[in-house]
Design a protein around this ligand. Structure first.
Ligand code: ADP
Length: 386
């Protein structure tokens, strides 16, 4: 297949990848898990059948990706790579659209590492490795912040001195590639309602919500970094900044201890002390597992209420990503806290993971739409000219 597109979503412990044909048909997809422990490469074909499952001899990014590249080279007869598209978490006040990657672009992306310390370095590492292995391959960066640039200035401001705002310490918002995909397909589920006031809940290992009007971002729950807003798998979401001052001043926490606390030790994992995985927590009988799930849903409902204020109402509420697409329990618990808005879900439809899960008497349509960030990245990679 000529001009296939390799899509890479490189994280701190795993690299997810997809290969699309030039006409955007999925050919292969897979993952390298546990990169810094004992990496395993898994590759599935377009029918989701596993075709490769291989343990990689030693840990680390370089060897993990090289093993995948070796497989790609072996497929040279069927996969002729034309480009690679990357998910990059932070575009800051530099990148406002998908961007062809050059050495200068890499330097600019590196300048944003402090704003996404646990994501951006890995995104860049994968870009550099592909550049080394395939020096002539077109590479495109797609940013999670881009979708939110339609927000009014007020939605982007922190109430801090203007000189800091002028240094671009503002609310950017994330999960934009997922929101852009949902916004591009939601008419098929919602009809004309897609053009009205819609709130999308992206509930994955990271979690956020986005309020959209006429399919454009109006407000979102994440801010300067991917820490704000909803409770997540390992991140606490919104927290009184006074807690952090207290930890620094009275308990002598350093910046790196606080970073580890906020990004890796909080959220569902921190509250339960058991796991960051909703599947494990909802099947546990431990009261702390229950408390973690209850807090997750309570906080999600509060944030949904706040976005209703930003939108002056809501016509449709969409769940997406790992938890949003799969956990009927979490969807029900969140919606049961939103009956004051007139939300009423149909338990059977919810249990069966149907697309529309609201009852016919619900004042707000509640929908489950699978996200597809990879397809969005492949589209942008195709469209970005060299
Ligand atoms: P990411 O892409 O950021 O890694 P995902 O969108 O894949 O995250 O979401 C991962 C999370 O989704 C898991 O940590 C787990 O909590 C949840 N999840 C995945 N599958 C299920 C399921 N069948 N039921 C409940 N939760 C699920």
């Amino acid at each position: 297949m000529k001009d296939a597109i390799l899509v890479i979503n490189a994280g701190s412990s795993s690299i997810k990848f997809s290969i699309f044909s030039s006409t955007l048909k999925l050919m292969y997809h897979g993952e390298i898990e546990k990169i810094f422990e004992s990496p395993i490469l898994t590759i599935l074909d377009a029918t989701h059948s596993e075709i490769v499952k291989q343990e990689i001899q030693s840990a680390g990014y370089e060897l993990s990706l090289s093993t995948f590249f070796d497989w790609l080279n072996q497929q040279a007869d069927t996969i002729k790579l034309g480009s690679a598209g990357h998910r990059v978490v932070h575009g800051g006040a530099i990148f406002y659209h998908p961007t062809l990657i050059t050495d200068n672009v890499i330097s600019d992306m590196e300048s944003l590492i402090p704003l996404a310390p646990l994501h951006q370095p890995y995104n860049i590492e994968a870009i550099k490795m592909i550049k080394k292995k395939f020096p002539n391959l077109k590479q495109v960066a797609c940013f999670d912040t881009t979708f939110h640039q339609t927000q009014d200035k007020l939605a982007t401001l922190f109430a801090i001195p203007k000189n800091l705002t002028d240094e671009n310490i503002i609310r950017y918002g994330f999960h934009g590639i997922s929101y852009e995909y949902i916004s591009s397909v939601m008419s098929a589920y919602l009809g004309d309602q897609a053009n009205t006031r819609v709130i999308v809940a992206h509930l994955g290992s990271g979690a956020s919500m986005c309020a959209m009007y006429q399919k454009k971002s109006v407000a979102t729950t994440m801010g300067f970094t991917a820490l704000d807003g909803l409770m997540m798998g390992k991140r606490c979401g919104h927290i009184d900044p006074g807690v952090l001052l207290y930890l620094m001043q009275e308990k002598h926490y350093t910046a790196s201890t606080i970073q580890d606390l906020l990004y890796n030790k909080s959220g569902l994992l921190g509250v339960s002390g058991i796991s960051n995985d909703v599947r494990e927590l909802t099947s546990s009988t431990d009261p702390l597992a229950n408390e973690a799930i209850e807090l997750f849903c309570y906080r999600a409902a509060l944030e949904m209420g706040s976005l209703c204020a930003a939108l002056n109402g809501c016509n449709a509420f969409i769940f997406t990503a790992g938890i949003g697409e799969n956990s009927a329990i979490v969807r029900k618990k969140i919606c049961d806290r939103l009956t004051w808005l007139g939300i009423k879900i149909c338990n059977l439809a919810n249990q069966n993971n149907q697309s529309i899960i609201s009852d016919k008497n619900s004042l707000i349509t509640v929908c489950v739409i699978p996200t597809n960030e990879e397809l969005m990245i492949a589209k942008h990679t195709n469209q970005t000219q060299e």
